[in-house]
Design a protein around this ligand. Structure first.
Ligand code: CMC
Length: 425
């Protein structure tokens, strides 16, 4: 039986039948109903209930706390995969064979270096420039080095530039980190895998080879896997929106980095650490919780638009934190975070609003233990999210349903006014 939604406008008795498909109606079908000369539209700031694309990449069940990439549970990928394997999966739809993975890793290794002129660009930023701003500007600047990426309809050209950007993100991030510390850049080491090389470019001193603890390399792989994609979040929506006007992928990812920087999105990991430092000790936790409940503060790292249950990524990070602390020593802020979580999970304010820890609640504590300053935390989110953004970009620009993003507004300004000459104002 055809599934339809019947709508009746009480004032006029007009009736409309809207086909239901995939649990949605087409918003444009509503235009058939005319309300005082205006076609009927929906009002949905923040896209609470509006699907903007079909996507076969990532699935989230927010009530059950389930996250899957291309059908694979993120818990399984975090246990068994590497980040580059997951990036391949996101981009190609299938897990790679051993040969495919080896070829993919080789391609990524080949493209790790960044142009010398980009180093000059980095040198021009103020000494205390925020790493996310430098990352955003540098990724946008990549288009000046690879203008052929504008030809995004050519699959080969697209694949080359996707590999380039995934390869260069850790190098760029490590150079930005070292610039902040006024340390000379450490070039990529082709003998190392993606995460080991990243740690080496960050922390290498005068030694010839940087031998990272394998448990830290694994922790980095897991963090990267967990952050790789998250369907239509704010930054992915920014990437798709900029792609919809026909842009190259560097411009689009740069827009995604800007969106990610906000404290309500990826910037929450930095904000969590600042919040924990400000609370400082267990004694101050009750006062902080009371301020949150009065609406004066927000508990950063808590709550999510989609998850109305414990974020599965937060669960995995919470477990991994202990492994990292075995190596680095315990971050004393962990006890403050645990106390906040304990109180919140038993408090009506949080339980009635289904506010649980999200991915950012424990990641900052781990990043700090690994030696990163808080301003770098969101950069560590952006590196792996690049594969998700690019998988979404690729899906977007090859989508026959793609239309330039152009929402409606409800105009609330003045009606037509006669122009008033300067002398009469
Ligand atoms: N602390 C205190 N109250 C909160 C919080 C919070 N972190 N999050 C939501 N609320 C309350 C909010 O005040 C509102 O209460 P009321 O109904 O009384 O007005 C209710 O819960 C619903 O909140 P909302 O702001 O309408 O929900 P949203 O879906 O628009 O916002 C969110 C989602 C993630 C922006 C929000 O939960 C938040 O600001 N969290 C803190 C920032 C954060 O941790 N962001 C990282 C998200 S996970 C990483 C990523 O993928 O971006």
């Amino acid at each position: 039986m055809r599934d339809v939604l019947q709508i009746r406008r009480v004032a006029t008795g007009h009736e409309l039948e809207l086909p239901i498909s995939e649990a949605t109606i087409r918003a444009t079908d509503l235009r058939q109903l005319n309300i005082g000369g205006e076609p009927l539209a929906t009002f949905d700031p923040g896209f609470f209930n509006t699907a903007v694309c079909h996507s076969a990449i990532t699935y989230i069940d927010g009530d059950e706390g389930i996250l899957q990439y291309r059908g694979y549970r993120v818990e399984d990928l975090a246990e068994h995969s590497t980040y580059l394997e997951v990036a391949y999966l996101l981009l190609n739809g299938e897990l790679p064979t051993a040969d495919q993975l080896a070829a993919w890793e080789e391609t990524i290794t080949l493209h790790r270096r960044i142009p010398d002129k980009l180093k000059i660009l980095l040198a021009g930023f103020p000494y205390d420039a925020h790493p996310m701003s430098m990352l955003m500007a540098s990724v946008a600047a990549f288009f000046t080095f690879y203008p052929e990426s504008q030809d995004y309809t050519d699959p080969e050209c697209r694949a080359l530039n996707i590999a380039r950007l995934i390869a260069k993100m850790p190098t760029l991030a490590a150079f930005i980190y070292r610039k902040g510390k006024a340390k000379p850049y450490a070039d990529p080491d082709d003998e190392y895998g993606y995460c080991h090389n990243f740690l080496a470019m960050l922390f290498k001193q005068a030694e010839r080879k940087y031998a990272a603890d394998p448990r830290l390399i694994r922790a980095m792989e897991v963090l990267f896997i967990l952050h790789a994609d998250h369907e239509q979040n704010c930054s992915t929506n920014a990437v798709r929106c900029v792609a919809s006007s026909g842009n190259d992928l560097y411009t689009c990812v740069s827009a995604g980095i800007g969106a990610l920087h906000g404290p309500l999105h990826g910037g929450a990991n930095e904000a969590v650490l600042k919040m924990l430092r400000e609370i400082g000790s267990l004694d101050n936790v009750p006062d902080f919780i009371a301020a949150v409940k009065r609406g004066e503060r927000r508990m950063m790292g808590f709550g999510h638009r989609v998850y109305k249950n414990y974020d599965p990524r937060a669960k995995i990070i919470r477990q991994a934190v202990d492994d990292v602390f075995d190596i680095t020593g315990v971050n004393p802020l962990l006890r403050v975070a645990q106390e906040l979580e304990r109180i919140a999970l038993n408090d009506e304010y949080f339980t009635s609003r289904k506010l649980y820890p999200n991915v950012d609640f424990y990641s900052g504590i781990m990043y700090e233990a690994l030696g990163f300053p808080p301003e770098m935390f969101t950069v560590l989110f952006a590196i792996p999210r690049t594969s998700g953004w690019l998988a979404q970009y690729q899906e977007c620009v090859t989508d026959p349903e793609l239309k330039i993003a152009r929402p409606k507004q409800i105009y609330t300004g003045p009606g037509h006014r006669r122009y008033v000459p300067m002398a009469q104002r």
